[in-house]
Design a protein around this ligand. Structure first.
Ligand code: ATP
Length: 232
């Protein structure tokens, strides 16, 4: 029988009414996600079967409770069915991940995010009807490959084939207003933002003049944005 040392159904009902998310599985991924949500002002109900983990996050999340999420009646008691957004961050135990998602889907949670450890796991979650399936290891591996390969200091692919890349400003466009560099025509990219050394990030426009030592945020098709970021 699951125990609920820190939580009454009334408390979780109150959390569900606020700008809130339930995070199930508080391993490295789930706890990082939950803590970041809390840091941004979102109320978080954290659930994990591991007592020690639950104890360690007590006080860090809005509420944290030890429970087995594969059991529908337990999630019901915790008022998880009243949340609009639930994240399932269980990876290693694929059957627990699938069972949990299936319980949540039967509760008609409007938006379910679930982590998949590989394509097979992800396919099952998608076929079940999970709204957002995420592949943290795969996505991070691909992202780091772009960082390792080029001069990019940060890289994010917004959608397949379109990226935002952070890189130093190449000498060929230094000292010229962006509107006069012709870089959209020449390189197929846009500089969305920049920052001067010691300054803060600012939106770029046609009149922006970048200097040596500035950093830029390039938006464009992945290969073009990456090639442009490699210019010196
Ligand atoms: P990470 O990489 O995020 O550390 P992982 O991919 O190794 O995690 P797991 O270890 O399977 O994934 O699960 C993450 C967390 O989910 C663990 O803390 C585990 O205790 C918890 N968990 C696993 N099964 C259940 C369950 N049935 N109910 C609640 N929590 C669960």
């Amino acid at each position: 029988m699951a125990r609920f040392p820190f939580l009454g159904a009334d408390t979780s009902r109150r959390i569900a009414e606020a700008d809130s998310v339930a995070v199930i599985g508080l391993g490295r991924f789930g706890s990082a996600l939950a803590l970041e949500l809390v840091a941004g002002g979102t109320e978080v109900l954290g659930i994990d079967v591991d007592e020690e983990l639950v104890q360690s996050l007590n006080g860090e999340l809005t509420q944290v409770v030890r429970a087995d999420s594969t059991r529908g009646e337990v999630l019901q008691q915790l008022a998880v069915d009243e949340f609009d957004r639930v994240v399932v961050a269980i990876g290693g135990d694929i059957s627990a991940s699938i069972l949990t998602c299936s319980v949540l889907l039967s509760m008609k949670i409007p938006v379910i995010w679930a982590k998949a450890v590989d394509d097979r796991h992800g396919l099952i979650l998608e076929q079940l009807g999970v709204h957002h399936v995420i592949y943290p290891e795969k996505d991070m591996g691909r992202r780091v490959a772009h960082l390792v390969r080029g001069a990019a200091l940060d890289f994010i692919e917004i959608a397949p084939g379109y990226a935002l890349v952070k890189a130093p400003v190449p000498s060929s466009i230094q000292g010229t207003p962006l509107g006069e560099t012709g870089l959209r025509k020449k390189y197929g990219v846009t500089i969305a933002a920049y920052h001067h050394e010691g300054g803060s990030w600012t939106n770029a426009d046609n009149t922006t003049v970048l200097e040596e030592g500035d950093m830029m945020l390039v938006a464009g098709p992945t290969s073009e944005a990456e090639s442009f970021a490699q210019l010196r």
